[in-house]
Write a protein that binds this ligand. Structure first.
Ligand code: FAD
Ligand code: NAD
Length: 157
């Protein structure tokens, strides 16, 4: 099967956008990801899928920790930047929770320790046990058919 058909089909599944963050020896690293899901309530587990070429993969393997930051509709710039789509180097100010860097003003910061991992093709699935959560009000950034968007709520006329 052709890669483009696969990506086009996967792109029909509308998602939010996260930036995954971690910390190695006091240095923060961030990476945009939409392959994220909630897994279990008891214990509280979430899953992220990290490509084999992403620098993030080695970093999570080393630290055994990561945070998932759910972006708001105002944060498309962060998504593009942490996907390497904006090339200029920036000095990013992170918030810190239990020595983990997290994205400021995200809708949620979800801090995890790696519970288990599974290599699947060219990605590694990390299941994280949630240790800390910060939640904020706001509307999400969305991704559908390879394009960013936002939620439009139908108002009764
Ligand atoms: P880099 O490519 O080196 O880092 C990304 C960018 O962030 C660089 O510009 C870097 O300079 C900057 N940066 C990182 N940390 C800091 C810091 N502390 N201070 C300042 N700048 C910093 N890939 C997946 O594996 N899984 C997914 O689920 C996934 N979903 C995606 C969804 C979307 C909508 C998009 C656009 C991309 C997605 N990707 C996903 C691709 C992934 O985001 C890119 O391949 C990314 O470049 C990989 O990051 P990296 O860890 O290799 O780090
Ligand atoms: P796209 O058309 O490449 O993506 C549409 C959908 O296809 C994504 O939402 C994702 O579900 C799937 N997809 C894309 N690349 C994938 C990959 N390498 N592995 C597994 N699933 C993948 O959209 P786009 O705007 O062209 O994406 C921008 C860049 O971000 C591309 O380089 C793409 O490969 C990358 N990306 C990677 C992943 C991932 O690794 N899981 C997810 C989304 C986007």
């Amino acid at each position: 099967m052709d890669d483009r058909a696969f990506r086009t089909a996967m792109g029909k599944f509308a998602t939010g956008i996260t930036v995954i963050t971690t910390n190695i020896a006091g240095e923060a690293h961030g990476m945009t990801a939409n392959a994220f899901m909630s897994v279990s309530l008891n214990p509280k587990l979430v899953l992220v899928s990290i490509g084999e070429k992403a620098k993030m993969l080695d970093k999570i393997n080393q630290t055994g920790k990561f945070a998932v930051n759910i972006l708001s509709e105002q944060q498309q710039d962060y998504s593009m930047y942490f996907a390497g789509q904006i090339k200029d180097e920036r000095s990013i100010e992170f918030d810190w929770i239990s020595e983990m860097p997290v994205i400021q003003d995200a809708l949620a910061n979800i801090v995890c320790t790696v519970h288990s991992k599974h290599i699947a093709g060219d990605h590694t699935l990390f299941i994280g046990e949630v240790t800390d959560i910060v939640i904020r009000d706001g509307e999400p950034l969305t991704f559908f058919e390879g394009k960013y968007g936002k939620i439009v709520t139908n108002q009764p006329t």
